[in-house]
Design a binder for this molecule. Structure first.
Ligand code: GLC
Length: 521
């Protein structure tokens, strides 16, 4: 593929390091474990790894509470392990994206220890301190303000009280985080996924948020108010463009933003003259209901809203959302794979989705996730989608020799990489072949997306470019469907019987089946 950057044609694979591969028997995955599995990722065909935080941390939010931005937590290994991993990643032609968590630190970070030590400490203003709380809520339940006995004020935390928010209006905070970015960029990392980018700056007058008229009892407490004054503030774009300037000082790096906002606001994060984040994560496929009509609408809305020259991207799963096979049903996981891998731009895959992992239910006494512990039983827990990767059919699935930190799925005896590897019709092989197809048909990455249509619960669209015309037809219905298509060659099918034939004017697609057809030009 020519003239586009690596991250534009990349398939990014998200690794949640605690659950990918344990190499030292403590039941928790680590950097050396990831190293052992790099060849699996090469064979899968992905281009880049995004590894969620492995920095020194008390692990109150499993690493999203960073106590040192420039280190490796001993649980995950050492800086030497990191350097070796990076080198091995690069030697295989892969890229590495780190998770940057700039909105908040751990309450054990030396900056916060200093900041809370007294009101006149030079780092006092690095965090958000007030005499009185306002009504801003924590995203993990309850007020976002915590009383600090030591210095007699409240501090704000968008998440756990162990995760105080940094004050991004303070230029020294900016410099400190930008230095941390440079530390990793100098070591050779290829970019960052920036945690909760849209939350980074809050109203400087600390105005109360308005009540949310559609709040219902049983929803997370953070939904009680509309997050007008503590999220998506105009000044955030200045910060994002400064971050971008940092990564732009190095060749070929990418800045990705985690942003949960409606499409029009999301698009603003590309920045003026595209000087913001290159890829504001597009969570449309996480949020749309799984009908042909809803997906067609979501895909069209996103595509039509893209600013000129802005590069699209699609995410099917992550460590904060129910697994795709659980959201759409195991029988439709193949269809989801075909949808994802036939859309334009950059693709992000969540570890284990390529083998059809489902959510694993975790009994209340085994819950690890602080979000679930704070607001139990209302469906906010994220343990179910973070369970260990089942590599083989042995009792501990080849993940660890110790006690896994979260239980393996009950189906891991059958659903594991070794087993699926041996079955040429498995979802793993489907993922590999769709990824290979994307590589051999660049129209799938760069081509125009046209003729998006939903009828009888079948979603269809065309991809035009690079001298080809492909038509994707996905039957989201529970019944077989007669479709009429222009004739052409079937390049891929979710199910074996339709594979490698000719598409004819009238053909049948089974329930939850999809095909990609190369139309005659
Ligand atoms: C992001 C992360 C999530 C974490 C939160 C707080 O949303 O993806 O896992 O809990 O930020 O850092």
């Amino acid at each position: 593929m020519h003239a586009i950057a690596w991250w534009q044609h990349a398939i990014i694979y998200e690794v949640y390091p605690r659950s990918f591969q344990d190499s030292d028997g403590d039941g928790i995955g680590d950097l050396n474990g990831i190293l052992q599995r790099l060849d699996y990722l090469v064979k899968l065909g992905v281009d880049a790894l995004w590894i969620t935080p492995f920095y020194p941390s008390p692990m109150a939010d499993f690493g999203y509470d960073v106590a040192d931005y420039c280190g490796v937590d001993p649980l995950f290994g050492t800086m030497r392990d990191f350097d070796r991993l990076l080198q091995e990643i690069h030697s295989r032609g892969l890229k590495l994206i780190l998770d940057l968590v700039p909105n908040h630190t751990s309450d054990q970070h030396p900056w916060f220890l200093e900041s809370r030590s007294s009101r006149d400490n030079p780092k006092r203003d690095w965090y958000l301190w007030r005499d009185e709380p306002n009504n801003w809520q924590s995203n993990f339940g309850g007020s976002g303000w915590e009383w600090d006995e030591i210095s007699g004020q409240y501090y704000y935390h968008s998440f756990l009280k162990q995760q105080p928010d940094l004050n991004w209006r303070n230029p020294m905070v900016r410099t400190a985080i930008f230095e941390a970015m440079r530390f990793w960029l100098e070591r050779g990392v290829d970019g960052f996924r920036v945690d909760v980018m849209w939350l980074m700056i809050k109203d400087d007058q600390f105005r109360d948020n308005p009540p949310n008229p559609s709040y219902c009892a049983g929803q997370p407490s953070s939904h009680r108010f509309l997050p007008v004054f503590n999220s998506d503030r105009p000044q955030v774009h200045e910060v994002v463009s400064e971050m971008r300037a940092v990564t732009d000082d190095y060749r070929d790096r990418v800045l990705i933003g985690e942003i949960y906002l409606p499409i029009p606001q999301l698009m603003t994060y590309y920045g003026k003259n595209l000087g913001g984040t290159q890829l504001p994560f597009n969570f449309q496929l996480l949020q749309a209901s799984w009908t042909a009509e809803a997906l067609a609408a979501a895909i069209s809305e996103y595509t039509n809203a893209l600013p000129a020259e802005a590069w699209p991207n699609w995410v099917l799963g992550n460590h904060d959302s129910a697994r795709i096979a659980t959201r759409v049903g195991t029988h439709r996981a193949r269809l989801a794979a075909m949808l994802l891998l036939s859309l334009p731009g950059t693709i992000t895959l969540y570890y284990g989705d390529e083998i059809g992992m489902t959510n694993v239910s975790i009994p209340p006494e085994m819950v690890q996730d602080p979000a679930e512990k704070n607001e139990p039983g209302i469906g906010v827990g994220r343990d179910p989608e973070r369970t260990p990767m089942p590599w083989d059919g042995s009792p501990l699935a080849g993940f660890t020799n110790g006690r896994p930190w979260l239980s393996l799925g009950p189906d891991h005896g059958a659903l594991n990489v070794v087993n699926l590897e041996q079955d040429p019709e498995s979802i793993l092989h489907l993922y590999r072949s769709l990824i290979a197809l994307r590589k051999s048909h660049p129209v799938l990455v760069t081509g125009e997306l046209q003729s998006i249509d939903a009828a009888n619960n079948a979603l269809s669209y065309e991809r035009h470019g690079c001298g080809e015309r492909l038509r994707v037809i996905l039957n989201f219905g529970d019944a077989p469907l007669a479709i009429s298509s222009e004739s052409g060659e079937i390049l891929a099918a979710t199910h074996p019987h339709a594979r490698s034939g000719q598409a004819s004017k009238l053909m049948q697609l089974g329930a939850a089946e999809g095909i990609i057809v190369r139309l005659r030009n």
